[in-house]
Design a binder for this molecule. Structure first.
Ligand code: DAK
Length: 260
């Protein structure tokens, strides 16, 4: 299959493995809409390509992704963000049928952590950090964080992370069941490939159906939860605290929240 030229991601192949690397290092791979559209295009292409059995999604050494692009979100209102319906692109990530392995180094925060959690297996380097810091900028997770993190680590740890905004180290994430394995940074991609190669030897139809069946354990109820989370996320764009929180981040100062 002919590769498209992307501006925000890189794609590569290694035998039956399709590799996608998020590539906006200057902003720690902040997930702009353009990046997400390219990511979905690459995922869908690998999903269709016969020779590819497993997909690896990775980022840079310093950051997998530090979240959605705050600069592009700070002026949104409840209605403007709702009408743009950017979640439609995010929804396509979880429609990929082939197994997707996340190989995570550095920051996986906010939307970055949410993107990781849409993957099927998570391999982390020792430097990885997982967190939902949206509360620090006056909003809440909007791309599945309240639902998937809670299912992965349980109510109490999820509450702590979502309410304090404090991230977990790779080892904590492993201990809490969010990541499958922690490896030294230089072995990250190799470890992800080794798991991918093992899966690639299995029947491709069986792996797809196995993935679909495992996801069924939360697809029904999770869609209601995602809808609920999304409405609350949109609603916060009517608050002064969202404006103040995002503005403060962009101006590199501490926010002052008024509760309005
Ligand atoms: N957005 C935009 N730029 C970002 C960014 C982000 N999320 N994170 C980092 N950057 C930029 C910084 O502004 C800085 O740019 P310059 O000043 O160099 O131009 C550059 O990346 C390097 O960052 P720092 O200088 O801050 O680096 P440090 O090592 O000091 O700190 C950090 C690293 C990761 C602790 C810090 O950058 C940080 O706190 N970043 C923000 C983390 C965060 O709050 N993430 C959650 C964002 S909200 C949606 C889908 C998803 C979402 C929302 C909507 N829809 C489909 C509608 C998700 C929301 C979020 O993720």
């Amino acid at each position: 299959m002919k590769d498209v030229t992307y501006r925000n991601i890189l794609t590569d192949r290694d035998g039956a493995i399709g590799i996608i690397t998020l590539n906006r290092p200057k902003v720690l791979n902040a997930l702009s809409h353009e990046l997400m559209e390219e990511l979905v295009m690459a995922l869908e292409d690998f999903d269709k390509e016969d020779g590819i059995r497993v997909i690896i999604l990775t980022g840079g050494e310093r950051a997998f992704a530090a979240g959605a692009d705050i600069g592009k979100m700070s002026d949104e209102t409840t209605i403007s963000i709702m009408l743009k319906d950017r979640f439609a692109t995010w929804d396509k990530v979880r429609k990929v049928k082939k197994p997707v392995i996340a190989a995570v180094s550095g920051y996986a925060l906010g939307g970055g952590c949410e993107l990781v959690m849409t993957c099927d297996i998570i391999i982390a380097s020792e430097s990885a950090q997982f967190g939902q810091p949206e509360i620090n900028i006056g909003v809440i997770p909007g791309a599945g964080g309240t639902q998937r993190l809670t299912r992965a680590v349980g109510k109490y740890k999820a509450m702590e992370m979502i309410l304090t905004g404090r991230p977990m180290t790779a080892y904590e994430a492993h201990q809490w069941g969010l990541v499958n394995k922690v490896v030294p940074v230089e072995l990250l991609l190799e470890e992800a490939k080794s798991v991918a190669r093992e899966i690639a030897k299995k029947s491709p139809v069986a792996t797809k159906l196995a993935k679909e069946a495992v996801l069924k354990t939360f697809d029904g109820p999770i869609s209601e939860g995602l809808e609920f989370e999304r409405k609350n996320f949109y609603m916060l764009f009517s608050s002064e605290d969202q404006k103040e929180g995002m503005k403060a981040f962009l101006e590199k100062r501490q926010p002052t929240f008024s509760g309005r």
